[in-house]
Design a binder for this molecule. Structure first.
Ligand code: GLY
Length: 279
């Protein structure tokens, strides 16, 4: 969403290009542009560890980038996630490894820029084939909030193996089941929002008291003894379960136990994935 225009017509594309090259939209960063084929299909985020030799993908996930239900409203950093992503079948995963993941690290090696760390592959699945939408050299947010709970094994050891070039032997895998994360944001996000609202319903560690979900803090701070909002996306509530519907329901139940003024969140996180699973 940052600096990307998805043009629905040729005229829209021409106007966007003029705005960037002649109108100064996006400032100096908008003076060099990339034009890409329009793709349509489910998006998949794959966070993968690589030591420059092998790529070990963590559990696939699905972000929900628009601010409002039914994928309406403005693009955001992400309003919620589920993992694994039903569009990322074993067949798609095998193609992604052969056509995208390994060629990517080999190309970086060939350029003398071996990458060790977490590569974020933003993919789109078009008629059963994965395409790259974007790369990031980092974990995703809020993907990480569902990917790490799905990881069986020790993250720190996996990271050390990533650094030391022994990732092929690292002992971690993806557990069975599903995870869902619902992001609670400040009213008005991603445009204009207030901060400094007290957050209720969490214990002294900033967690749900009964421990049935994990709260990931994004835009929070302590003011005196109180936990307050300090950003647009305030926190993410993640729950896990054997099936996706239960994970989603659990996350939403826990979201309702957390309150702050003008809190808002999407009500349909996981619905698209549930429909895909039912097909
Ligand atoms: N959730 C999108 C990102 O981390 O870039």
């Amino acid at each position: 969403g940052k600096g990307v225009i998805i043009a629905q017509s040729e005229q829209e594309a021409v106007t966007a290009i003029r705005d960037m090259l002649e109108g100064g939209r996006f400032g100096d960063s908008g003076r060099r542009i990339v034009v890409e084929q329009f793709l349509s299909g489910p998006e998949v985020s794959v966070l993968a560890l690589t030591d420059g030799e092998v790529v070990r993908p963590l559990c696939s996930s699905m972000d929900h980038k628009r601010a409002l239900d039914n994928d309406e409203g403005l693009n955001t950093g992400g309003m919620g996630t589920i993992a694994p992503n039903p569009a990322y079948t074993d067949e798609v995963a095998a193609k992604a490894m052969d056509r995208i993941f390994l060629p990517t690290i080999r190309a970086m090696n060939a350029e003398g820029r071996t990458f060790r760390g977490c590569l974020y592959f933003g993919l789109m699945v078009v008629d059963g084939d994965p395409y790259v939408i974007e790369y990031n050299c980092r974990f995703g947010d809020p993907e990480t909030q569902v990917v790490l709970p799905m990881m069986e094994g020790d993250l720190l050891r996996a990271m050390i193996a990533t650094r030391e070039g022994t990732l092929a032997q690292a002992d971690f895998s993806t557990r069975d089941g599903f995870a869902a994360c619902v992001v609670m944001a400040s009213g008005g996000y991603p445009v204009k929002y207030e901060t400094g609202k007290e957050i209720f319903g969490l214990d002294a560690n900033g967690q749900i008291p009964d421990g049935s979900a994990t709260v990931y803090h994004a835009g929070t701070k302590r003011e005196g003894g109180a936990l307050c909002t300090a950003g647009g996306r305030v926190l993410g509530v993640t729950a896990t379960a054997q099936d996706l519907r239960s994970a989603v329901e659990k996350a939403y139940t826990m979201v309702q136990s957390v309150q702050f003024d003008n809190a808002f969140y999407r009500h349909d996180i996981g619905q698209r994935a549930l429909k895909a699973l039912e097909q």
